[in-house]
Design a protein around this ligand. Structure first.
Ligand code: FES
Length: 143
């Protein structure tokens, strides 16, 4: 399941108002059905500003700036972090399936711990990657 940001909903609402003002019944009907369909619904008060991190079937909502490790812990996702999130063990390495651009950039220490191959593959250390938008993550098998 993907998370829709609030912007498309607002654009949809504005378009609906514009279609109403212009008297375009067909466009208005199509837009209204989109609004009522649900997936582009307005964010609830509780979900405002929260971002979705998806680990397999589990969705966790976090505030912007939380790390992937914060999200995993918050969602009770089984993700190992032997160094306590200090960017030294590499056990929190995850594969980013979608939304890699929605994470903070890789800093030098993270790049060192990840190694060239995993970095080229787009993997991240969950304790270092902060969330700025929706992300879909896979936790690799270690043992
Ligand atoms: S928890 Fe050790 S590197 Fe992330």
């Amino acid at each position: 399941m993907s998370v829709r940001p609030a912007l498309p909903f607002r654009l949809l609402q504005r378009s609906l108002k514009a279609a109403s003002r212009a008297g375009s019944a067909v466009v208005e009907r199509v837009l209204r059905s989109e609004v009522e369909a649900g997936p582009l619904r307005a964010p609830t008060k509780e979900s405002k500003g929260e971002l979705c991190v998806q680990f397999g079937d589990k969705e966790v909502r976090v505030q912007p700036g939380a790390t992937l490790l914060d999200a995993a812990r918050q969602g009770d996702v089984d993700l190992r972090y032997y160094c306590g999130g200090n960017c030294s063990c590499g056990t929190c390495r995850v594969e980013i399936l979608e939304g890699g651009k929605n994470l903070s950039r890789v800093e030098s220490m993270e790049a060192f711990v990840l190694g060239d191959e995993h970095q080229r593959h787009g993997d991240r250390l969950a304790c270092q990657a902060t969330v700025r938008g929706p992300v879909r993550v896979h936790i690799p098998e270690w043992f």
